[in-house]
Design a protein. Structure first.
Length: 149
């Protein structure tokens, strides 16, 4: 396999991980919004969801540049995520449980994206910039939620 092809495999891997992370964020927020009562928290999550959608558009744009389709999360992963969410929020303070799940999700996302950033040896500046932007977005979203802890 040519070096150029190997580099593209690396970029595809990063783009797919980013795309799946964004989709999980969107799905997760969609699933819990209707259960929340705190208007400020709802506004924060809706804003975070819109920012995820903007990042996802950028990911899809770069995917097209490389000539491949983005790898969406599976229906099974979405269903299992929704079931886990339902079980976790079934008893107790729904908002507290939602915030806890979101905080843990952001910590996981930040860690995963930082690992990808540190391993990436490619030269695609647009991809690097988007990776940094996605990490910064998750860090910002995490900071927004800390006021509810």
């Amino acid at each position: 396999m040519k070096e150029k092809d190997l580099k593209q495999i690396e970029e595809v891997k990063i783009l797919n991980k980013m795309h799946q992370g964004v989709q999980m964020g969107i799905v997760g927020i969609n699933h819990v919004l209707e259960r929340l009562e705190n208007v400020e928290l709802i506004k924060h999550l809706e804003s975070q969801q819109m920012e995820f959608e903007k990042i996802d558009d950028k990911i899809i744009h770069i995917c097209k540049k490389y000539g491949f389709d983005d790898d969406s999360i599976s229906k099974w992963k979405i269903i299992s995520s929704e079931i886990i969410t339902e079980v976790k929020i079934a008893f107790g303070d729904v908002e507290e449980k939602v915030i806890d799940m979101m905080v843990k999700g952001y910590h996981t996302g930040i860690t995963t994206m930082n690992q990808l950033k540190n391993e990436y040896k490619g030269t695609d500046e647009e991809l690097k910039s988007l990776l940094f932007e996605f990490i910064a977005l998750q860090e910002h979203n995490l900071d927004e939620l800390k006021i509810y802890l």
